[in-house]
Design a protein around this ligand. Structure first.
Ligand SMILES: Nc1ncnc2[nH]cnc12
Ligand SMILES: [Zn+2]
Length: 338
């Protein structure tokens, strides 16, 4: 049942978003506007028709449409507009800090320069910090369906800009592309001082989570749902305090779970795991961060304390320095107890 007090708490809590693919925030209306602006043909007649096509039975179904959607992003201003629209929407949900993913290979393979992508996204993030008060980190993902060699080439393209990129991630088609495929690239990224995270256990087995931890040495697990199938792994993840960036509406729309009641968020909290709630690809999965919080709060009947814990975890699991994390935790306490 909707619960106005719980929804008000969710709205008022300061939050960080740690799992957000900026290309996944491309709303159908902007897809149409950019297609017209750039003279790109898209196989849809209206934004409604686009939305109707967003019916997926697994991750790959979604990825096929997600990469197609990127074709309208060509110029620096396109990447700026995309990122700025997300930040304004995040502001409305009381998001104070974002750590966003981008997929450079989805653009460079279409002939868009790495710098065009980075410049546009970063300019919006800087404006977001100045005008909306939202701090940020930027995480460059490697597409795991592509080769190790291509990932290394992408890291080379990023080399002149490492003062502007804070971490690397690993996304795209999981099954058949285990973390071990990218062990050497991640070692190089760590050597260059970058943070490391990876999608693991979204569709892939617990073994992929082990590999992400042991071979890639990730600081966070993106999704991580299937870690719960392995009791010894859970014990380790509790002990190590690893943050999970869970995406409930994404899980539902990609059939990782059958019903929102099956979201692992509550079980993770009860097991002592550090779960956070995030939107993943909000324009494709029908909701931004507060929609995701509300969906699990209602579906799992989360207590106010658990909702507050999710918000706290979003900051303590972030790449922010301890003093900035502490300031956000104090702001959360004000809302929770004030
Ligand atoms: N949920 C997801 N899993 C893997 N790759 C992605 N790229 C964008 N969203 C993704
Ligand atoms: Zn994701």
């Amino acid at each position: 049942m909707p619960n106005p007090d719980r929804d008000a708490l969710i709205a008022r809590l300061p939050k960080a978003e740690l799992h957000l693919h900026i290309e996944g925030s491309l709303e159908p209306e902007m897809l149409f506007a950019l297609a017209a602006r750039n003279g790109v043909e898209i196989p849809f007649a209206s934004a409604e028709e686009v939305r109707a096509a967003y019916s997926f039975s697994n991750l790959q179904d979604f990825l096929d449409i997600y990469y197609q959607g990127m074709s309208v992003l060509l110029h620096e201003q396109d990447f700026y507009d995309l990122t700025w629209a997300y930040l304004e929407r995040a502001k409305a949900d009381n998001v104070r800090h974002v750590e966003i993913f981008f997929d450079p290979q989805g653009h460079t393979e279409r002939g868009v320069a790495f710098e065009t992508v980075l410049d546009g996204i970063e300019r919006a993030l800087k404006d977001g910090e100045a005008r909306l008060g939202i701090t940020y980190r930027l995480i460059m993902c490697f597409l795991r369906h592509l080769s190790e060699e291509e990932a290394f080439a992408t890291l080379e393209q990023a080399r002149p800009h490492l003062d502007r990129i804070h971490g690397v991630g690993l996304d795209s088609s999981e099954v058949g592309h285990p973390p071990s495929k990218f062990e050497r690239v991640f070692a190089k990224a760590r050597e260059l001082g970058l943070h490391v995270t990876a999608h693991a256990g979204e569709e892939g087995p617990p073994e992929y989570v082990h590999e992400a931890l042991d071979l890639l040495k990730v600081e966070r697990l993106d999704h991580g749902n299937r870690a719960l199938e392995d009791d010894a792994l859970v014990e380790r993840l509790v002990r190590e305090g690893t943050t999970f960036t869970v995406c409930p509406l994404s899980n539902l729309r990609l059939c990782v779970i059958d019903r929102i009641e099956d979201s692992p968020v509550k079980r993770m909290l009860e097991l002592g795991l550090k779960a956070t709630v995030n939107a993943d690809d909000p324009s494709y999965f029908g909701g931004y961060i507060n929609d995701n919080y509300r969906a699990v709060a209602e579906g799992l009947d989360l207590s106010a304390e658990q909702i507050v814990e999710l918000a706290e975890n979003s900051f303590t699991g972030s790449f922010l320095p301890p003093d900035e994390q502490a300031a956000h935790l104090a702001a959360i306490r004000e809302v929770a107890h004030g």
